[in-house]
Design a binder for this molecule. Structure first.
Ligand SMILES: CC(C)(COP(=O)(O)OP(=O)(O)OC[C@H]1O[C@@H](n2cnc3c(N)ncnc32)[C@H](O)[C@@H]1OP(=O)(O)O)[C@@H](O)C(=O)NCCC(=O)NCCS
Length: 190
């Protein structure tokens, strides 16, 4: 069983239920299958296809991880990708580079599932902490990150398009038993 399957509580041979999310590594063909559309809805300055290609290429050397969340639709093949997220690994720290969910699929736990999978990978790769930047105006995202143990650690002035400030958030000690318990609680509440 992969670390992602383990963290999501699903074995490799168990087919997803009709409303179950399937979290999997991103492939280039996923970009036109929902990722770029979600990205355009999510950010004022969305990543281009070229940026995603470069990030996906860097998954080969293990310095990046990008995941998609797909929701099966009965009678419609593999369903559709409703969210994506990524991590950049730097020595023993992981940096969340992107997390976005299609507006039609928000507030149904998609970002939570993606964060659980990213956390599992960061822990598996022996990271001791993870970090991210979030727009001051993205209060919903800040709420999500707080649930995962992130706390504000500073401000990057005009980080976004030289206009909006970013809050830098960190979550330390992710190898501790207490952090595994926090993730288990989040997973159990889904
Ligand atoms: C932020 C974002 C990724 C959340 O995705 P999501 O799938 O809707 O999140 P979840 O359903 O897993 O939400 C988990 C919790 O986060 C908090 N949360 C998420 N969105 C929220 C919102 N708009 N307002 C308030 N709280 C919110 C809530 O506590 C929520 O739990 P609840 O629904 O039980 O109250 C999504 O709104 C998005 O793509 N936004 C645009 C891109 C963005 O801002 N990305 C973050 C960049 S740092």
């Amino acid at each position: 069983m992969s670390v992602i399957e383990r963290m999501l509580g699903r074995g490799p041979d168990k087919a997803p239920g009709p409303s179950e999310l399937v979290v999997a590594p991103m492939r280039k063909r996923d970009l036109k299958d929902g990722v770029l559309e979600t990205e355009r809805h999510a950010y004022p300055t969305p990543w281009s296809q070229a940026v995603f290609h470069s990030e996906i290429d860097q998954m080969r050397d293990g310095s990046r991880l990008y995941l998609t969340a797909r929701r099966p639709i009965v009678g419609r093949g593999k369903g559709r990708i409703v969210g994506h997220a990524g991590l950049w690994f730097a020595v023993d720290e992981a940096h969340v580079t992107n997390i976005a969910v299609h507006p039609d699929a928000r507030r149904s736990g998609v970002a939570t599932a993606l964060m659980l999978a990213l956390a599992a990978e960061a822990m598996e790769r022996a990271c001791t902490a993870w970090t991210l930047e979030v727009r001051v105006s993205s209060t919903g995202a800040q709420e999500l990150y707080r649930a995962f143990g992130f706390v504000p650690a500073g401000i990057r002035k005009r980080y976004y398009d030289n206009v909006e400030d970013a809050i830098v958030m960190w979550c330390h000690d992710i190898q501790d038993v207490a952090y595994a318990a926090r993730l288990a609680e989040i997973r159990g509440a889904r």
